[in-house]
Design a protein around this ligand. Structure first.
Ligand SMILES: Nc1ncnc2c1ncn2[C@@H]1O[C@H](COP(=O)(O)OP(=O)(O)OP(=O)(O)O)[C@@H](O)[C@H]1O
Length: 348
């Protein structure tokens, strides 16, 4: 258990609009691998008349090695953007460079992986045959295909079902084989459209790990998702689209920082210790709210399932649910027990 002290905002929060400059001069990421300039798409009807302006004047860069999230409500233009980046749709206006090439240059596809919102897989092939088929499209040798198939089936955790036809797969398993297919050519850039749709929280956690693993290998990931918690966990930067227009762009850390507030998280305090802390704050004319921080439902679910598997036949209550992992020092900025000097803490 831990206590959280939240001081009221000292000053009104500044506007949240952040542009590329938010990356700062010391940004560790590599060169630009995706360059989008003034990109627009107008869908036309059968007669060539303008029907929908799905995207309007989008400009952004994606750097090598970053996980970039494209967010927005239904119909905001995310899939349209992804399809133009992949060269599957022609822009009405604007330009795209992917790895220095035009999006419509098919040679770029060798270095690109794509998981569409709905995977188009052959229902009568099994997992091995599916990956072998896509490996052939990339002209991989038999030995390469076999090695890559083994590696990917392990990565997406469906080795046990490698001989089963995809028509027998659950939605979550289908998503996993779709992900494996997107990685068959060891791509430099991976586009993922709703990668966790249909997956349970364990599956979502696996996909998050997989994305972070790709990032650790220096790969670039561009993803769309409506699950904001997962975007927050894996993305370095996000763009929010609305009505086909870019409304916000910046690093997740910068955009989510709560300005004008200070938070101290400590192990659960005794009433005496709490009174002392509040007395110190009162000296500085700060009236602090004291709460116990909540875990997320996702975290609770994952710990329950993992404990249920480890110890079958037991039921758990919130009080005795084991698996509470003591937070790492760096999860607790400003914690007194971690001994982080106050001057190094962002918030006190
Ligand atoms: N082939 C098409 N013909 C006409 N209009 C289209 C076509 N595809 C998409 N649109 C329209 O373009 C707009 C953007 O659609 P898009 O699929 O890019 O949005 P999205 O942000 O991916 O939505 P979702 O979250 O629902 O997947 C919507 O108004 C949609 O109806």
């Amino acid at each position: 258990m831990a206590d959280t002290l939240t001081a009221p905002p000292a000053a009104p929060a500044p506007p949240t609009a952040v542009d590329e400059a938010a990356l700062g001069p010391g940004h560790p990421l590599g060169e630009t691998v995706i360059e989008v300039r003034n990109l627009s798409k107008v869908y036309r009807d059968f007669w060539g008349r303008k029907k929908v302006r799905a995207l309007n004047a989008l400009s952004l860069d994606v750097k090598r090695g970053e996980v970039f999230g494209l967010l927005g409500p239904n119909g905001s233009g995310k899939t349209t953007t992804l399809k133009m980046l992949l060269g599957l749709l022609f822009p009405t206006e604007g330009s795209i460079r992917i790895l220095g090439k035009s999006a419509t240059d098919v040679s770029k596809n060798e270095k690109i992986g794509y998981l569409p919102e709905e995977s188009y897989l052959y229902r009568f092939l099994n997992a091995e045959e599916t990956l072998d088929f896509y490996g052939r499209l990339f002209k991989m040798t038999k030995a390469q295909r076999r090695a890559k198939t083994d590696e990917l089936l392990k990565l997406v955790k469906i080795e046990h079902a490698r001989k089963r036809q995809l028509k027998e797969y659950s939605k979550g398993m289908t998503r996993r084989i779709g992900l494996a297919q997107a990685l068959i050519n060891d791509p430099e850039i991976v586009f993922l459209d709703e990668p966790t749709s249909g997956l349970d929280p364990n599956g979502r956690a696996d996909v998050k790990d997989l994305i972070l693993g790709l990032k650790a290998q220096g790969k670039t990931v561009v993803m769309c998702s409506h699950l904001l918690a997962e975007i927050e966990d894996v993305c370095d930067r996000i763009a929010i689209l609305s009505g086909g227009e870019l409304k916000l762009l910046g690093t997740v850390d910068e955009l989510l920082r709560s300005r004008g507030e200070t938070q101290i998280v400590t192990p659960e305090l005794s009433p005496e210790a709490l009174a002392e802390v509040q007395a110190v704050l009162a000296k500085h004319h700060v009236i602090a709210g004291v709460t116990q921080p909540k875990k997320t439902l996702e975290d609770l679910f994952l710990r329950t399932v993992s404990e249920a598997e480890a110890r079958p036949g037991r039921t758990f209550s919130a009080q005795d649910l084991p698996g509470e992992v003591p937070p790492a020092d760096d999860d607790l900025p400003g914690t007194t027990s971690a001994g982080i000097p106050p001057e190094s803490a962002d918030k006190v």
